[in-house]
Design a protein. Structure first.
Length: 201
């Protein structure tokens, strides 16, 4: 019983460690077309960030394919090579994520000082003593990031969906927490905008 309650508390806390707000827009030319095999790319020189972000999309929804798994970041590909690899893997759209800005906000909680006094007697004399206690004053560091996302239809080459997002974490969050929140919110937006189907997790 205690173990189950503890796990529930941990899951609730993890889910609240970062929140993402997403605004999105689908192209009016899309006419309700949905995509079933999307190459997701996070073009950054930080390989840990790139692999983790792209792989999280894949783990959350099998519609997505990580670009690093098909295209080695350490080499250049010709347009013909890119097109051939996309065809071989059935790619029908490309989703590109970009960070507009990232940072850490610092927040210091207000402090409060309280004094308590007491007296003690041994029958002959009385002694008074006071103790001062300070609470609060802790400083918290909260990571945040702003993102933009665009999706291209491979057949037409046109942008069919775009979004802007802002993610903020709490004092227990790190960059991976912020990124996981962004990925989940982006996938939900794509579903709500009917760009991908449900049930591919």
């Amino acid at each position: 019983m205690f173990k189950s309650l503890f796990l529930l508390i941990v899951l609730v806390l993890c889910g609240c460690m970062a929140r993402t707000s997403v605004n999105s827009m689908a192209s009016p030319d899309n006419r309700g077309e949905q995509y079933h095999r999307i190459l997701v790319e996070f073009p950054t020189s930080n390989l840990d960030w790139r692999k983790t972000t792209e792989q999280t999309f894949v783990e959350r929804d099998s519609t997505f394919v990580a670009s690093y798994a098909l295209f080695f970041p350490g080499r250049q590909y010709t347009n013909e090579e890119i097109a051939a690899i996309d065809r071989e893997n059935g790619i029908d759209a490309i989703l590109v994520i970009s960070t507009e800005a990232t940072g850490i906000s610092t927040e210091t909680m207000p402090s409060q000082t309280s004094t308590a006094c007491g007296a003690a007697t041994d029958g002959y004399s009385t002694a008074a003593a006071c103790a001062t206690r300070t609470t609060g004053g802790e400083t918290y560091r909260r990571p945040w990031a702003n993102w933009t996302t665009k999706m291209w239809d491979l057949r037409s080459g046109a942008v069919v969906w775009m979004a802007s997002a802002s993610t903020g974490g709490n004092a227990f969050a790190n960059w991976h927490t912020v990124m996981h929140s962004m990925v989940g919110s982006t996938i939900n937006k794509l579903r709500n905008d009917h760009m991908i189907t449900n049930g591919h997790s």
